[in-house]
Design a protein around this ligand. Structure first.
Ligand SMILES: Cc1cc2nc3c(=O)[nH]c(=O)nc-3n(C[C@H](O)[C@H](O)[C@H](O)COP(=O)(O)OP(=O)(O)OC[C@H]3O[C@@H](n4cnc5c(N)ncnc54)[C@H](O)[C@@H]3O)c2cc1C
Length: 474
């Protein structure tokens, strides 16, 4: 049946749009979460939303589950094919179909890369605000599925605040248009429901996005501290002082060393941590706010404040922050990025917990994260050829997430649940809550054909957390 299926998929999407050779399929065995791997039997790369619908209709009639994939930069294993033999990859759905500059709207196909949207409207003084650090690669469809954030989430909100409409191919191949260019709509917020559903309602093929005016001015400063503790107390101080910067990011000493080795921009490699603070808005209001930030940082023993003097210096600082994950490859053969949330005032506590977990499990852990949101990203370094180290990474990750919940936070800020955090869902939700969400999912996908075995513990909710074809124990 599977051989016949590949041929029929070629008939629908084109002879070069179906991959079923084992060597080529290996590319799709994982996303940015590399601890677990599974290879699909077939990858389809449709060129149009209509082809996506035709492919999904065929899979429905053959009772074949599928997993959607954008650029594969996800960090929670959302694209892992678990009892989903076919992967539908949106990378060829790469057209920006319409730009309405006056009403500040864009209609983009799902495979459009996030950065391309801002590139397309920059000359008009506009941008697409959600800016994950992966924005040169990740897709709009992936962003919608994960409700992605980014450094500027602190002021501008996450993806859901910038998506007005989606076109969704349901698991039976029916195409539904939810929302649209109009701002306020009566009835249930179905777009809000689809944003963050991690591909479990079907495949998003198009999205109507809200554009934002590029701010008149920016002030960007790198605040250098001797310790992570001092930097994180400064984060609490800035927020407690009633200032909401556009971005408030932290990198610790371990990450600074890797970034400097990679990009040679003169970062202080002997610092305990730095904060990258950005204000934006009308030029006239920025200097007084920056003086207040300056005062808070000094009160917490800042060693140095490096203000970006022009756009080139600002861009260099952001390049370091946004490419920090890439630089981590210099530190260890493998790394696992965790993604928890704590109330902003508890950032110092969680960083101490992370350091203690690193010591207890004999692991090096770096931190580069959205400090202003309380959205931590400890990066656990390891070598995946060492099974004992892998176990310690998983144990430390679990402990860190448990600590986030104990501090009043959550097990994910922006990377989603995927397969990685299924076991942690019961930390946040009672069995009845999980069951209610599973029932909601069934409204869109009664047969569990779209991205099965993701987000929720399988079968008996809260009991069974194993899924087939997974290598690492969670
Ligand atoms: C270096 C690096 C930095 C990152 N920084 C950030 C950050 O700052 N903020 C942040 O939020 N995330 C960040 N991420 C995580 C990741 O980039 C985001 O989750 C991103 O939205 C994933 O997009 P993608 O196209 O790669 O999706 P994929 O990884 O391909 O898929 C992610 C999930 O979305 C589903 N999916 C994909 N496309 C569709 C579709 N069209 N319809 C329905 N479901 C779909 C998949 O099934 C999967 O469950 C980072 C990742 C890396 C590697």
């Amino acid at each position: 049946m599977r051989d016949g299926l590949a041929a029929r998929l070629r008939g629908l999407a084109g002879s070069d749009a179906v991959i079923d050779h084992p060597d080529a399929l290996a590319v799709y065995e994982c996303d940015g979460y590399t601890l677990e791997r599974a290879t699909p039997d077939i990858v389809v790369l449709p060129r149009t939303p209509e082809q996506v619908a035709a492919v999904v209709r065929l899979l429905w009639s053959e009772k074949v589950p599928f997993v959607p994939r954008g650029a594969g930069t996800g960090l929670s294993g959302g694209t892992l094919p678990l009892e989903a033999p076919v992967m539908i990859c949106t990378s060829r759905l790469n057209r920006i179909e319409a730009i309405d500059r006056t009403n500040r709207r864009v209609v983009a196909q799902a495979g459009v890369v996030n950065q391309w949207v801002s590139n397309a409207v920059r000359a008009d003084g506009l941008l697409y605000a959600p800016d994950p650090s992966s924005q040169p690669a990740c897709t709009i469809g992936g962003n919608v599925a994960e409700n992605s954030g980014g450094p500027h989430t602190l002021k501008y909100g996450v993806t859901t605040n910038h998506v007005l409409g989606v076109e969704l191919v349901l698991p039976d191949g029916e195409v539904v248009a939810l929302g649209g260019p109009v701002e306020e709509r009566p009835g249930y917020d179905l777009v809000g429901l689809v944003v963050g559903c991690e591909g479990t309602f079907g495949i998003v093929t198009r999205a109507t996005l809200r554009l934002t005016r590029i701010p008149e001015a920016h002030r960007t400063v790198l605040a250098v501290f001797d310790s992570v503790d001092a930097a994180s107390e400064a984060v609490s101080g800035i927020i407690a002082g009633g200032i909401i910067p556009a971005a408030l990011e932290m990198m610790d000493g371990l990450i600074l060393g890797a970034v400097e080795a990679a990009y040679h921009v003169g970062l202080p490699t002997d610092a305990g941590a730095v904060l990258l603070v950005e204000l934006d808005g009308l030029a006239i209001g920025l200097d007084p706010q920056m003086e207040r930030i300056d005062a808070v940082c000094r009160a917490h023993g800042v060693r140095e404040l490096r203000v970006a003097r022009d756009e080139a210096e600002r861009a260099a600082l952001w390049k370091c922050r946004k490419r920090a994950f890439g630089a981590v490859g210099r530190l260890a053969p493998s790394y696992c990025t965790q993604d928890g949330v704590v109330p902003r005032t508890r950032v110092p506590d969680i960083l101490r917990t992370i350091a203690a977990a690193g010591e207890r499990h004999r692991l090096r852990i770096g931190n580069v994260f959205h400090a202003g949101d309380g959205n931590i990203h400890p990066i656990l370094l390891f070598d995946e050829r060492d099974p004992d180290e892998v176990k310690r990474v998983l144990a430390a990750g679990r402990e860190i997430l448990e600590a986030c919940v104990a501090l009043g936070g959550s097990v994910t800020g922006e990377h989603g649940i995927g397969v990685e955090k299924i076991a942690q869902m019961p930390l946040l939700f009672a069995p009845d809550d999980l069951l209610a969400m599973v029932r909601l999912r069934a409204v869109f996908d009664p047969e569990q054909r779209a991205n099965p075995h993701k987000i929720f513990p399988d079968a008996k909710v809260c009991v069974e957390t194993r899924a087939p074809r997974r290598r690492a124990a969670v």
